[in-house]
Design a protein. Structure first.
Length: 74
């Protein structure tokens, strides 16, 4: 995930917890869109980009779990 997108996601995460399904979805969408450059660089063999990509995927996994819990009302 690019540094700018990662900072934006961290800022969103620190400032507020999403209060609606749409806000969670928008946050996840921003995260996925932010991974595009690292995906392309990783395909070309950039190992640093591959590491950032894996980190982003773990973050998305965690946020997706929170999203599921939110939709279940937990």
């Amino acid at each position: 995930m690019s540094d700018l997108v990662e900072q934006e996601v961290q800022q969103l995460d620190e400032e507020t917890t999403p209060e609606s399904i749409e806000e969670y979805y928008d946050m996840l969408k921003i995260m996925v869109e932010g991974m595009e450059s690292d995906v392309l660089k990783s395909q070309k063999g950039n190992k640093s980009a591959a590491t950032r990509l894996r980190k982003s995927l773990r973050l998305i996994k965690n946020k997706s779990g929170e999203f599921v819990k939110f939709t279940l009302g937990k």
